[in-house]
Design a protein around this ligand. Structure first.
Ligand code: FE2
Length: 288
């Protein structure tokens, strides 16, 4: 048997297209908001980190996902499965990783679908991933699965990965730590440091009692802290802790760095006014 021959990489292998945030519009990471109506299905937050073979984070790399809808149907001519197409779901998303290699999508859980590999063979629910990396040769296309899916045991594509540990890493884990509503609270608190409960409830569009429960729960787990407002001793001000700030920063990986830096230079009042203006603009755009 001959030993393998090492062929040195050339420019074609060690270089690739340089993407930037201009290639990704803000709504592309949210697959539930790409159409006028709401897609059917179970909402999920899909997040993770891109790491290299030495577990070092890959910053600012393009992550693309594509998937079937909740009924297990792709929006593709070749998909002949007679499950319904969802007019409010395309099933394609794109995002960049942050400095720690983190990415995040909002989507719906895809359904399983039949394929012609065997008489009654069904693919387990999965989401396709493309992780680009720094060059053409580093692009990895793979699939992510869901825990507890009985179809995994029968799936030849899943079992084509022979290493058990590597197979386990293809299956996502459920993180019960923060709900989407709780994340929204953190996002609203960040730009207007030291907000009152009434202000927060108004901006979230939630009853004050519900907002109070959310804030209390977040404070109990160390994401926000409540203290007397120095400007008005009768008022409790809600602020992010470092832990809460980290969550918001990880969620905002899609925003261009330059914009985040410029925002940080603004004083709290200007940031709050800007946010309010943008919300009014978004509301006006939605109703037009
Ligand atoms: Fe698929």
């Amino acid at each position: 048997m001959q030993p393998l021959v090492v062929i040195p990489h050339t420019l074609s292998e060690i270089t690739g297209p340089q993407f930037n945030e201009n290639d990704v519009s803000p709504q592309v990471f949210d697959l539930t908001k790409q159409h006028k109506g709401e897609p059917l299905g179970e909402r999920i937050v899909l997040s993770g980190r891109v790491l290299d073979e030495d577990a070092r984070p890959i910053a600012h790399t393009l992550v693309e996902v594509w998937q079937a809808n909740a009924a297990g149907r792709y929006l593709h001519d070749k998909d002949r499965h007679d499950a319904p197409i969802d007019p409010n779901f395309t099933g394609v998303g794109r995002a960049f990783t942050d400095q720690d290699g983190r990415y995040r999508f909002l989507t719906i859980k895809p359904g399983a679908y039949p394929w012609n590999n065997s008489l009654n063979g069904w693919r387990p629910a999965h989401i396709h991933f493309s992780l680009f990396g720094p060059a053409w040769a580093t692009r990895l296309i793979t699939q992510m699965y869901f825990p507890g899916d009985p179809l995994l045991a029968l799936d030849p594509i899943f079992h084509s990965v022979s290493d058990e540990g590597a197979r386990r890493r293809l299956v996502s884990t459920y993180d019960p730590e923060l709900s989407q509503h709780e994340r929204q609270v953190l996002h609203h608190v960040l730009p207007a440091e030291g907000v009152a409960l009434t202000w927060l409830a108004g901006h979230l569009g939630l009853p004050k009692s519900t907002t109070s429960v959310l804030v209390k729960s977040l404070a109990g787990r160390g994401y926000v802290e409540r203290s007397r407002d120095p400007g008005d001793e009768r008022r409790l001000a809600i602020r992010l802790t470092d832990k809460g700030r980290q969550v918001v920063e990880a969620d905002t990986v899609l925003r261009p760095d330059a914009l985040a830096k410029a925002m940080a230079k603004l004083d709290a009042r200007t940031r709050a006014a800007l946010l309010e203006g943008l919300e009014k603009l978004a509301t006006a755009a939605e109703s037009s």
